[in-house]
Design a protein around this ligand. Structure first.
Ligand code: HEC
Length: 131
């Protein structure tokens, strides 16, 4: 293979990586300020075709498909390891497979990164951090 072909191949690979990462590269610091009140409402709503969080998560300690989010902040501090609770929470929503809570299947809806706006993500995180 000539140098030219190698360069073309490298460029194609670079473009593929750039495109596939898409919106999933959102970081907490790039989000607008969140509103916990709006997040509380969003928690029980279908948004842009995505299922409501409350379909799978309770706030009263009982288990549906996913773990309860009762006392979420304490749990998140425990699960976040080196990350902040904010960025752990964002990752848990937009890339649920990145951390799987022990004892649960990798069954969280996986399209929130495409369905929720940055504002909606910020609002949900602000709400979860009041729990
Ligand atoms: C289809 C069911 C389902 C839906 C809908 C869902 N989740 Fe989950 N969620 C899960 C499951 C199962 C887990 C545990 C496995 C894992 O860690 O991905 C989980 C894990 C989490 C965690 C990590 C909890 C911990 O103890 O560390 C957070 C935070 C979370 N979900 C938030 C949300 C939010 C916010 C929404 C709505 C935007 C949502 N989930 C919608 C099923 C769901």
């Amino acid at each position: 293979m000539g140098l030219r072909q190698i360069l073309v191949l490298a460029l194609a690979l670079l473009l593929m990586t750039a495109c596939s990462s898409g919106q999933s590269t959102v970081t907490y610091n790039n989000l607008p300020p969140g509103d916990a009140g709006r997040g509380e409402a969003l928690f029980t709503q279908t948004v842009n075709g995505a299922p409501a969080c409350s379909t799978c998560h309770t706030l009263d300690g009982s288990t549906l498909v996913g773990p309860t989010l009762q006392n979420y902040v304490t749990t998140a501090e425990d699960h976040a390891e080196d990350a902040t609770v904010e960025s752990y929470t964002l990752t848990s929503i937009v890339r649920p497979a990145a951390h799987i809570v022990a004892g649960f299947p990798n069954a969280m809806y996986a399209q929130y990164a495409q369905r929720l706006s940055d504002q909606e993500l910020a609002d949900l995180i602000a709400y979860l951090l009041t729990l």
